[in-house]
Ligand binder design. Structure first.
Ligand code: NG6
Ligand code: CA
Length: 509
């Protein structure tokens, strides 16, 4: 054999080794649900509504009892997950308007960007809610950028914000799906545009009535937040959202089974308005929120099934969690309050969505990876902000200097090799709190103690609060007066983290 042929062969061998090394990267699927509460899943104590698929996933994986989002609402939690930073470090990261500009600074490294450079094919599906376009917001009728693609995803099929905000359309990559140029979309969050009826002026046209807010443009018999006109062919049918997203996810998994992929999958369930497909309606016996939970459970089962059918279960880490805690009435009369019965979406925790009390941010969290994560329950303290650095460790990806500053490598906890986890977690909702071991300190703040419309306690109090979560998981007894030294220690630590003095991940150069 000539020397050049040998060289060619060696080259081919090296390439082969290279692609082998690459394919040993596990696939990563994050199913990031909307408003799923700590007590909403069977394995977390829900005995009222069956969630067999989520339970099965949890039983074959590791179920965390002390996993937290960084915030009690969607936008800041999602921001933290994707950037490895606490959202409160940046202005304007509260619940985003439906026509807000992209909140993620494109010069920042994101989780999917880190995975892209590690060799992953990345896809985003479902609820986005991190803004789109420049500071003036997106051009709904043109190319929507910067957006999801500029945030590190190779491809995307998504809802711009929430299902209760206009425009009620899907976007594929950077274009509105099925948009008829002859019927352009108009969107406004300041005043009415076009002639579509609103919930406020034409309540007789509603199929679902708002309980608070949500009285602007009516789409599919449901009045939303924001005004919209045009784009009629592009509007989704709410009852088909889960089917559409689930079919997309299944096809994606099948199509990409041979390469390492990251699927960031964001169901709209169980956020209001709850509009499960007709086949789920009335099936939970707990109103539309319960029915939406059945739909979500089905979705999770279908995704797991696609992974199994593709024969890649042993190479796929599936993470199931939620962006914030539960709320029953989040703005629509949908029978969920009346039919709640014995179901407790918050489990034994206090508060709910929007709250600094535990139910606001302590969420279901499951990591399943047959053969790599032993089945069981982990009490390790875990924060979703650590997914960035942990997945970087898993994928051997590089975190660029100065990026993902709040994210720490918690891969050992994620894989069940560390039963302790973080020393502390920081959470935010109206005020900040820190949990360290069994202690939780809530920083004093002024403001309402309860949001009466949603019937949830905010946890806001003008005095410091200290709870022993081990003996008092329901945060009933404020021990701040009894343990002033603990209060001082935790308040100091929280302040230091907020000022960025320490909490950064030590980074490899
Ligand atoms: C609130 C909405 C609520 C929900 C929430 C965002 C009103 C009165 N309430 O402002 O319905 O959309 O924002 O939820 O408009 S989240 O899960 O995306 O954070
Ligand atoms: Ca949410």
């Amino acid at each position: 054999m000539s020397l050049s042929k040998w060289m060619l062969l060696l080259g081919l061998l090296a390439m082969n080794l290279g692609s082998k090394a690459q394919s040993s990267l596990p696939n990563i699927v994050i199913i990031y649900t909307d408003d799923l509460g700590y007590g909403d899943v069977g394995v977390y104590g829900n005995t009222s509504i069956a969630t067999p698929q989520m339970d099965a996933l949890a039983k074959k994986g590791l179920r965390f009892t002390n996993a937290y989002t960084t915030a009690a609402t969607c936008t800041p939690s999602r921001y933290s997950l994707l950037t490895g930073r606490y959202a409160w470090r940046q202005q304007g990261t509260g619940v985003a308007r439906g026509n807000a500009g992209l909140i993620i600074d494109t010069s920042m490294q994101t989780l999917p960007e880190m995975l892209q450079s590690a060799g992953y094919y990345t896809s985003m599906m479902g609820k986005w809610h991190l803004g789109l376009g420049g500071t003036e917001g997106p051009d709904w009728n043109g190319i929507i950028q910067p957006g999801v693609l500029e945030s590190g995803f190779h491809e995307a099929f998504f809802m711009p914000s929430t299902n209760d905000r206009v425009p009620t359309v899907f976007i594929e990559n950077n274009l509105v799906v099925k948009l008829d140029p002859a019927d352009p979309i108009q969107v406004s969050y300041s005043g009415k545009v076009g002639n579509d009826p609103t919930g406020k002026d034409n309540p007789e046209l509603l199929q679902m009535h708002p309980s608070h807010g949500h009285n602007q443009t009516i789409v599919n018999g449901i009045s939303r937040i924001g005004f919209m006109a045009g784009g009629n062919a592009a509007r989704w049918r709410d009852q088909d959202i889960a089917d559409t997203l689930t079919a997309r996810a299944r096809a994606f998994i099948k199509r990409n089974r041979d390469k390492p992929f990251f699927l960031y999958f964001n169901p709209h369930d169980v956020h209001a308005p709850r509009t499960p497909h007709e086949r789920f309606v009335g099936k939970s016996g707990h109103g539309l929120r319960g029915d939406a939970l059945l739909e979500l459970d089905w979705t999770v089962g279908e995704i797991v099934r696609a992974i199994d059918e593709a024969g890649i279960a042993g190479q796929t880490l599936v993470i199931l969690s939620s962006d914030n805690g539960p709320v029953v009435d989040d703005g629509y009369h949908d029978s969920s309050v009346e039919q709640l019965g014995q179901h407790t979406p918050w489990g034994k925790l206090r508060g709910g969505k929007y709250s600094i009390f535990e139910a606001g941010t302590r969420v279901p969290f499951v990591a399943a990876w047959p053969g790599r994560v032993s089945a069981g329950v982990s009490d390790a303290l875990f924060s979703q902000v650590d997914l960035f650095a942990s997945l970087a460790a898993l994928a051997k990806g590089n975190i660029l200097p100065g990026q993902a500053i709040d994210s720490r490598n918690a891969l050992p906890a994620l894989l069940g090799k560390d039963s302790q986890g973080r020393s502390h977690v920081v959470i935010n909702a109206y005020t900040s709190a820190i949990r360290q071991g069994k202690w939780k300190y809530i920083h004093p703040a002024s403001g309402a103690a309860r949001i009466k419309e949603v019937n949830i306690e905010t946890g806001v109090h003008p005095e410091p609060q200290l709870y022993d979560l081990e003996s008092d998981p329901g945060e009933r007894e404020n021990l701040a007066g009894r343990y002033p030294e603990k209060v001082k220690e935790l308040a100091g630590r929280l302040a230091a983290i907020r000022e960025g003095l320490f909490d950064a991940t030590p980074k490899k150069p």
